[in-house]
Design a protein around this ligand. Structure first.
Ligand SMILES: *[C@@H]1O[C@H](CO)[C@@H](O)[C@H](O)[C@H]1NC(C)=O
Ligand SMILES: *[C@@H]1O[C@H](CO)[C@@H](O)[C@H](O)[C@H]1NC(C)=O
Ligand SMILES: *[C@@H]1O[C@H](CO)[C@@H](O)[C@H](O)[C@H]1NC(C)=O
Ligand SMILES: *[C@@H]1O[C@H](CO)[C@@H](O)[C@H](O)[C@H]1NC(C)=O
Ligand SMILES: *[C@@H]1O[C@H](CO)[C@@H](O)[C@H](O)[C@H]1NC(C)=O
Ligand SMILES: CC(=O)N[C@H]1CO[C@H](CO)[C@@H](O)[C@@H]1O
Length: 506
């Protein structure tokens, strides 16, 4: 029955395409002017830091990267060869092999993952007290606890699962057989100076941080208050016509997603569709976090910075199923304007081959349920060729390329002045956008941009000119643009704040 009604819809659309309109989606002059609802259904700690406030031991979340310097050897702990071997304490400087990334088991129990992705643990095949990094799946022998000094919280002992503390007996021998001691002097080989060199604050971190008892309530409270109906009204009254809504792959298994993720984001997305309908806004659903993580960043739901998406057909199929689920659910809602198949896959981890294989299959999944929804394909970040998706996308009706333009995240912006930033938009970005905007290729979408830069002490007028330049240039994108983001404690990143304070007028 569903299939046949889809077919009917399809033929109505084909008919009305001939008559030049299908739900108003073929007007060639129409452009999306959208705002992203970032940090809502996919957590990003920097957008709303207070979401993490109630976590016990909140410094130790999944993905937190730590380095440890032995106070006795004066050298760093290191997974020899990056993993698969012993732990030593003989490195004078620290980088990858000297960095240990946490997996959190509960408020106190932690696993330490090394560069080559093994976990440190007791050498259970040896004497049971040497510390090695060989296990690929953490168990009891790989579960540790970090005990901080109450006067200096970066002075720590590490408690092993046998009840003893780690100690750097020599530069080349690290064992779990210290009883600790009362003091924490520089002569105690069980004492380490700890430095935090990386931290993720995404959905995995917040849900696993609160744990299964508290996370459901905390997240539902967040989803129900961070974005509300009034926001949709505000958006519709301020010159915008759409929202781009980042979602995570776990939404497709609501209400019981795999732990630590918690159910309820689908209900929030349903509300968004109801409000969008009420205020005449279009919705772009954006799969921001794909299974396995397509870029290793917190905003793709990564646990520890690893990037596993696209490595197997099974994983690609699972991602296609998420797109199919979402499209099927909302295909009949007038507000569904586009489905973005994946956000910011990162090269070289996400290969062109895997991305294209996925885009073809996911496009087909959208079309099984909707003949009219645009299908947005994010260009890869990292090393890539801006038109690399064209041979695949050009043949697909309703395909759109998403490119993100920030005057940030690259060294070249470090010392730019206000005027240089603005010139960069009018000159360089303009050329870049022209390069991907072709008459027979996919439509173009600047799906993320912001009026923020690395200039310090800029005036309100400077910001106004910067925003205006971007609006002018992005206005030439054939699909449209979307500001990142509606609400953010960093005020220039909050379009809500920028509009209310007169920095941006549409
Ligand atoms: C945390 O996990 C460890 C290891 O599984 C367990 O021994 C401990 O009881 C747990 N603690 C809490 C508070 O659940
Ligand atoms: C550290 O110790 C290991 C194990 O003995 C040794 O193979 C390695 O060469 C040492 N590295 C340095 C920098 O001393
Ligand atoms: C993935 O999906 C394709 C198309 O449905 C199918 O042919 C293939 O067997 C699936 N692969 C796996 C590993 O599930
Ligand atoms: C920016 O200026 C600082 C200080 O003059 C300099 O050290 C740095 O190399 C410059 N960065 C770039 C990307 O030019
Ligand atoms: C911007 O474009 C101009 C003119 O094409 C070029 O000279 C300049 O190097 C570009 N700037 C950057 C930072 O890429
Ligand atoms: C899932 C969802 O939001 N469905 C809605 C789509 O639009 C129709 C018509 O407005 C609603 O009745 C559905 O509830």
């Amino acid at each position: 029955m569903f299939v046949s009604s889809t077919r009917n819809l399809l033929s109505i659309c084909v008919l009305s395409l001939v008559l030049s309109s299908c739900q108003g989606r073929v007007d060639p002059n129409f452009r999306i002017k959208a705002v992203n609802l970032g940090g809502w259904l996919v957590t990003e700690g920097w957008i709303k830091p207070s979401l993490f406030d109630g976590i016990v031991n909140k410094d130790f979340l999944d993905g937190t990267a730590l380095q440890f310097k032995s106070v006795t050897t004066g050298k760093y702990l290191c997974a020899e060869q990056g993993g698969g071997s012993i732990i030593v304490a003989n490195r004078t400087s620290a980088s990858g092999w000297e960095t240990f990334t946490l997996w959190r088991i509960n408020d106190t129990a932690l696993n330490f993952r090394v560069f080559e992705k093994q976990f440190i643990g007791l050498d259970t095949n040896g004497n049971g007290i040497d510390i090695v990094a060989v296990s690929k799946t953490p168990g009891n022998s790989e579960t540790f606890e970090i005990l901080r000094d109450s006067n200096d919280k970066n002075r720590v002992r590490i408690k092993a699962p046998n009840g003893y503390y780690l100690q750097a007996k020599t530069e080349e021998l690290v064992t779990a057989d210290s009883q600790g001691g009362n003091g924490r002097g520089d002569d105690d080989p069980s004492v380490f100076k700890m430095e935090m060199v990386g931290r993720l604050e995404g959905e995995f971190q917040v849900t696993n941080g609160y744990g299964p008892d508290r996370a459901p309530q905390v997240m539902r409270e967040h989803w129900g208050t961070f974005i509300v109906e009034e926001d949709f009204k505000f958006i519709s009254q301020n010159g915008l016509n759409a929202v781009r809504i980042p979602v995570g792959w776990w939404i497709a298994s609501d209400p019981t997603p795999p732990p630590p993720f918690v159910g309820g984001s689908l209900f929030a997305l349903d509300n968004a569709f109801v409000w969008a309908q009420k205020y005449g806004l279009k919705v772009i659903i954006d799969l921001h976090a794909a299974p396995g993580s397509q870029n290793g960043w917190e905003h793709s739901g990564s646990r520890d910075g690893s990037q596993e998406w696209g490595k197997t057909d099974e994983n690609i199929n699972q991602t296609v199923a998420v797109i199919e689920f979402l499209t099927a659910r909302y295909a009949k809602n007038q507000s569904l304007y586009a489905v973005e198949l994946i956000n910011e896959p990162l090269s070289p981890g996400a290969t062109l081959e895997s991305v294209i294989k996925y885009y073809k299959a996911a496009y087909a999944a959208v079309r099984r349920h909707s003949s009219t929804a645009f299908v947005v394909m994010s260009n890869r970040l990292g090393p890539m060729e801006p038109r690399e998706l064209f041979p695949m996308a050009s043949g697909l009706r309703g395909s759109v390329i998403d490119i993100h333009y920030y005057n940030l995240f690259q060294d070249m912006f470090d010392n730019m002045t206000v005027q240089q930033n603005i010139d960069f938009i009018y000159q360089n970005r303009s050329l870049q956008l022209n390069h991907v905007t072709t008459s027979n290729g996919p439509l173009t979408f600047v799906g993320e941009w912001v009026a923020e830069w690395l200039v310090s002490g800029a005036s309100k007028e400077d910001y106004q000119r910067f925003a205006k330049a971007q609006l002018e240039v992005w206005g030439r994108a054939t699909f449209g643009w979307a500001y990142w983001t509606l609400r953010n404690v960093n005020r220039h990143w909050s379009l809500d704040w920028m509009i209310k304070n007169g920095y941006i007028k549409l």
